[in-house]
Ligand binder design. Structure first.
Ligand code: ATP
Length: 691
């Protein structure tokens, strides 16, 4: 079998599988003990009892070196081994039930198929069991009927005899272990090309290329590996304007995922079910003193995250307290808003009224963007100074007044590049809304959220259309002019860090401050938008910022390339899952449950033992060990096919094998290829015989 032939194994004897057909292998009569070589000679090189009654054969001095066992398979330097084909070393013949009945493929018709077991009854063993059996029978072992092989004279008896010798270096020496190890080493193939010859392709490729001209896409293609995009083809592997570096991107996505799964630790008295939503979690602080609460127009509002029952997705619910719906038609604009899908507008989903909060509330549901911040929080909110270290405290305590350490409002300047990005995105959102015959109505630093690197979205759209329904309102053109005015005020606020920067009292000061930091285009745009005398349109605004729009488009396309590349890197995330699938396909197939050759021998037996090693470890008290890192480590090593060795122990703990991950990978490959060949043969209507 290929596995044993390649292993640099120190394996001990392999227990004969219980259900092996004993009838096939008739043990040779036990040799007479007088003719058998004394084990003292084998082990120690001499026998102290040679002339004192030891009944075993003692060869002359020149022959007394421990002989190589009469291996069923010649050593690597033997000419015979060079002629052993990979097929001959492969696992025993397996014929699937569905194919065995009506198909017989001659071995020569399929060069990859090993010779059937029945044809291997000659001197050349082809399976682990045959090799082991042949070796053991040649060395005088006989089957006791329970799967264990013992010598005519019990090992314990002989051990007692040898135990009289005091050789500390050989304490615990196991003759059988050593002999079996010799056999395995004798079967070792040292030809470096052997492995490649045997597996010219990757284990999945092998079945692909070996298969007859059948080009089925399933399931094989899903198991092929996807190559990485060469780095030189990726224009910008580092952070781009819209996409952070890979590490930061992963971190941000991880944090978003975590945030989206947070739950309330204390009972906040929120309704358990709310018109098809459940698991409400407030996104902003609740139980704030009434004096500290900011109003949303004339109303108080609270933002929650909730799970929608119909799709299981997280949504953002804005509840407006104490709102009494005057007419059902007030919800009509929400219908229009829900049809606007724009990258810079938080998607409006639906609106409803409820009494679940023990009042009359309006609730508008939006798409949820975890870990988003308002523009105000991100860029304008005064940030407290970092807490000084002890040394800093001492230094400042001596050299500067103590109030230096207090939280002073820190003016934050948005980078001009980022500012233009925000301007372009918001202008684009306004354009989309105005084109739909609506007005945004709320363009404010506290209602525009930053959802990613340099990405903003206008939130709370549609809500004023419902709240102000039925009240006297300006016409649409006026509302759209107000949008542009609010847009101008927002630019001033962002440039000066002051929400009231565009009020008549502050305007001159704000313009001066803006001049110092930002280019004239920003100033010209802001002043244009804030001038109430000129009738403006969003198209004029877009004309003014056309060069910046092109720059944004380039950045957006670059972001697409970057994200595609990131996605490419994630394609192989399913590596271990595919490996697990293969184990699932191979291990304990019910249709082969009675076929000992499938599950208890050859490659499949190794895979089964490896499965036990990975998943069924127990501690010294026999308790299951559920160590995910052990599982991941093992599977990764197996996937890579490392040369590292591990010891597999049979379930009866009577035998063990030392094998490398590379060997096990080859076993998995062989077993899986067998299944694939059977599958493709069956699907193509061809001969379905495998192996
Ligand atoms: N669609 C959304 N997805 C995720 N979080 C959101 C969404 N909309 C708003 N938020 C977040 O909810 C929180 C509260 O939003 P809100 O609009 O009330 O801002 P605010 O800072 O509380 O404003 P105000 O001070 O006017 O109340 C903010 O942190 C905001 O980032």
């Amino acid at each position: 079998m290929s596995f044993f032939s390649r292993a640099q194994s120190t394996a001990v004897r392999i227990a004969k599988p219980a259900d092996e057909e004993d009838a096939v292998k008739q043990p040779t009569p036990r040799k007479d003990s007088v003719q058998r070589q004394c084990r003292n000679i084998v082990i120690y090189g001499h026998c102290r009892y040679q002339d004192k009654g030891c009944v075993y054969y003692h060869p002359p001095a020149e022959d007394s070196l421990p002989p190589q066992p009469s291996s069923p398979s010649p050593r690597v330097d033997s000419p015979a081994i060079a002629t052993i084909t990979t097929q001959a070393l492969n696992a025993p013949v397996f014929v699937p039930k569905f194919a065995a009945a009506n198909t017989t493929t001659p071995a020569e018709s399929n060069p990859t198929s090993p010779v059937p077991q029945s044809q291997n009854s000659g001197s050349q063993p082809t399976t682990v069991e045959e090799m082991q059996y042949q070796y053991e029978t040649q060395n005088g072992y006989q089957d006791q009927g329970d799967g264990e092989y013992v010598e005519g004279q019990s090992y314990e008896q002989e051990h007692q005899e040898y135990g009289q010798h005091d050789y500390p270096g050989y304490q615990g020496y196991d003759y059988q272990v050593d002999q079996a190890g010799n056999v395995l080493q004798g079967m070792e193939l040292t030809d470096p090309n052997y492995y490649e010859e045997y597996h010219p392709h990757d284990m999945m490729d092998a079945s692909y290329y070996n298969a007859a001209p059948v080009f089925l896409r399933q399931p094989l293609n899903y198991l092929l590996y996807t190559p990485f995009t060469p780095a030189e083809q990726v224009r910008n592997p580092q952070a781009t304007h819209f996409v952070p570096s890979s590490t930061d991107l992963r971190q941000a996505l991880q944090e978003r995922s975590e945030t989206a799964r947070t739950v309330n630790l204390v009972d906040l008295g929120l309704p358990e079910e709310l018109q098809g939503y459940h698991t409400l979690v407030p996104i902003e602080p609740v139980n704030v003193a009434a004096a500290d609460r900011k109003k949303f127009g004339n109303w108080y509002s609270t933002v929650y995250r909730a799970v929608r029952t119909s799709d299981g997705g997280a949504h953002c619910l804005r509840k407006v307290e104490n709102f009494r719906l005057s007419h059902q038609a007030a919800f009509a604009p929400i219908e229009t808003w829900s049809q606007i899908h724009h990258p810079s507008i938080v998607w409006v989903r639906e609106a409803f009224t409820t009494r679940s909060f023990n009042d009359n509330s309006l609730v508008v549901s939006y798409a949820y963007h975890p870990n988003s911040k308002t523009l105000y929080d991100a860029h304008m909110k005064p940030k407290p100074l970092p807490i000084p270290t002890y040394q800093q405290s001492v230094y400042y305590g001596r050299h500067q007044p103590r109030n230096h350490l207090s939280n002073q409002p820190q003016q934050q300047w948005i980078e001009e590049r980022t500012l233009w990005s925000y301007i372009v995105q918001i202008a684009s959102a306004i354009k989309a809304v105005h084109e739909r015959g609506l007005a945004v109505r709320i363009i404010d630093a506290t209602k525009i959220i930053v959802t990613g690197k340099n990405r903003v979205r206008i939130s709370s759209c549609g809500i004023f259309d419902v709240l102000l329904f039925g009240t006297p309102q300006p016409d649409l053109a006026t509302l759209q002019q107000e949008d542009l005015l609010k847009f101008g005020r927002l630019i001033f606020a962002l440039c000066s860090g002051n929400l009231n920067a565009a009020t008549p009292a502050n305007l001159q000061k704000s313009v001066e401050a803006m001049k110092k930091v930002y280019g004239v285009e920003v100033q010209a745009l802001a002043l244009f938008l804030c001038s109430s005398k000129i009738k403006k349109s969003i198209d004029e605004v877009l004309d003014m910022i056309r060069p910046k729009i092109l720059q944004e488009q380039d950045e957006a396309l670059m972001a697409t390339d970057r994200l595609e590349n990131e996605l490419m890197g994630e394609l192989e995330n399913a590596r271990l899952f595919r490996l697990m699938c293969k184990f699932g396909f191979i291990n304990e197939r019910p249709e082969f449950a009675r076929d000992a050759r499938w599950s208890e021998t050859g490659d499949r037996y190794i895979i089964k033992l490896f499965r036990d090693y990975v998943f069924h470890q127990v501690d010294e008290h026999g308790n299951p060990v559920l160590d995910l890192s052990h599982v991941l480590t093992c599977l990764n090593k197996l996937d890579a096919g490392t040369d590292e060795k591990l010891m597999l122990v049979a379930r009866d703990e009577q035998s063990c094998l030392v094998v490398s991950y590379k060997d096990i990978k080859s076993c998995v490959s062989n077993a899986f290829d067998d299944l694939v060949r059977a599958t493709t043969a069956m699907q193509s209507g061809k001969d379905a015989r495998v192996i």
